[in-house]
Write a protein that binds this ligand. Structure first.
Ligand SMILES: [Zn+2]
Ligand SMILES: [Zn+2]
Length: 289
């Protein structure tokens, strides 16, 4: 059973177990005069009867049960379409291969391709009737097509996996970007809304002041990770020597599936530092300038 939290007259959070901590989440139900739309789905939240589904991105924890309902119209940002349509597309975009992880995807998330998914563009806008609208807000970085949604007239901004958790942003997929993540956090801070809904952890943040405070702390994690990279470069090191050293995950606490994603995240910090002229990349090794 989901915890139902009403945000305005048309928008309801379907709160998943544990405040929607991964592997669960907090989907949103939006009711217009003509149609009823679900934004994302989650483990532990029964799929409600809806006319259509909007997906914030292609990740397994947001598409639970959707592939098994081929009659249900589904839309996702064009850049995440291939990642959601087939299991092979998911593996290519996320970079999560391996049999053990594939088994977890099936068992925990009933993961499968959402073959009926159709693409939407950056400026997508949906009219649900009775003055209720949903507007896409592109927030790339976590995945290339990661999108938030603004629901009016309720003044609800769904920030998807900009989840404001203490872990911080995740940009460990093959199709992810640290630079885009930074820009998307800035973009989030500009959206005026009465309520901010995250898919994980916080669920609902009331008012923009509180959002800005939480966003600043969330962005600080990027600064902390970058400093951790610099601290490890007191002598020249190769990328592999920087993985498992606490930059993203606590040493000894890196989940098996996350070794590759930590490597990609660290590499993205190194790329930024090289571009900025703070770090030199030579003969496979990174060194402070
Ligand atoms: Zn995600
Ligand atoms: Zn998620």
């Amino acid at each position: 059973m989901a915890d139902l939290i009403e945000l305005g007259r048309h928008t309801t959070v379907l709160g998943g177990p544990d405040l929607g901590k991964y592997p669960s989440g907090n989907p949103l139900l939006v009711q217009g005069a003509d149609s009823r739309v679900l934004i994302d789905s989650a483990v532990g939240v029964q799929l409600p009867e809806v006319d259509a589904v909007l997906l914030s991105h292609f990740h397994e924890d947001h598409t639970v049960g959707i592939g098994a309902r081929p009659e249900l119209p589904v839309q996702i940002h064009a850049r995440d379409l291939a990642g959601v349509q087939t299991v092979e597309g998911f593996a290519a975009a996320s970079g999560f291969p391996g049999e053990e992880y594939a088994r977890e995807l099936t068992e925990v998330f009933q993961h499968q391709g959402v073959a009926q998914a159709q693409p939407f563009a950056d400026d997508a806008h949906w009219d649900l009737g009775g003055g209720v609208t949903i507007t896409a807000v592109p927030l790339p970085g976590h995945t290339f097509g990661h999108s938030g949604f603004l629901i009016e007239p309720d003044g609800v901004f769904f920030t998807a996996d900009v989840d404001l958790s203490s872990f911080g942003p995740f940009y460990g997929d093959v199709e992810a970007s640290l630079t885009d993540t930074r820009e998307s956090l800035a973009r989030c801070s500009q959206v005026e809304a009465a309520h901010y809904a995250t898919f994980h952890h916080k669920r609902v943040v009331e008012g923009r002041d509180e959002l800005l405070r939480l966003l600043a702390a969330y962005a600080d994690v990027l600064t902390r990770r970058e400093q951790a990279v610099l601290d490890l470069l007191t002598e020249p090191r190769e990328l592999d020597e920087l993985v498992g050293q606490g930059i993203v995950y606590r040493p000894g606490k890196v989940p098996a599936y996350a070794v590759e994603s930590e490597r990609r995240m660290v590499a993205r910090h190194l790329d930024e530092l090289v571009l900025r002229g703070a770090v030199l990349h030579e003969d496979e090794r990174y060194a402070l300038m």
